[in-house]
Design a protein around this ligand. Sequence first.
Ligand code: AMP
Length: 225
Amino acid sequence: MMNAIVVFGAPGSGKGTQAKLLSECLGIPHISTGEVLRERIRKGESLPSGVLATMKAGDLVPDQVVNEIVEQRLCQPDAAQGFILDGYPRTLSQAERLHQWLGARGERAVVVFLEIDYNIIITRLAGRRQCPQCRTLYNLISQPPRVDELCDLDGERLVSRVDDSEAVIRERLDAYERETRPVLEFYRTNGSRVIEVDAGQGTPESIFERLCQAMEEDDRSKNCR
Ligand code: AMP
């Protein structure tokens, strides 16, 4: 059986951090559609016109673009035992597509939903920084680097994402409410496992501990059903 995990939540709920920890723990790849898109832009690889502007504005890029990225990535050999999706699916149409892709292989996604208050999100995202070299994530409030604004691992000056300004954050939250939140209902009503985790309190490590506990409890209750 394949371990198909969807880490779901609003922008700034900590999907990237939790997906990375989960990936290290389970030994399956972490696939972030946002990171793949940013990587392609950095490398100057071709993307359909308008994608960069859409991302900068905090809107969602067309389903077809991300569906292709995900389907290509899921067919790589390292994803054969499973994968952790971060930032996908984000629309009902993407969720249906993934559901079909997994269904054709006799599989179904397990959804980890990171719950968090919007006020915490705005503070968190405004303090978010990333190393442009090794991609390590920091937060000036909850996870600061040892030396002001420099990466602990390679000393590079940390950068903010262009879409982490407050106006764009609000647009991204709107896009989440409008298009992504219904995806949770899709999973809740089609019999998928949806595991809820309080992602608003504590350090990333303590949230991860809660996440693992919630997954174990869900596993136990599944075995008793
Ligand atoms: P993220 O790093 O997940 O916050 O994604 C950054 C941006 O990439 C989003 O604001 C969207 O513009 C785009 N993006 C990433 N994943 C998706 C997706 N599944 N569907 C549509 N747009 C996406």
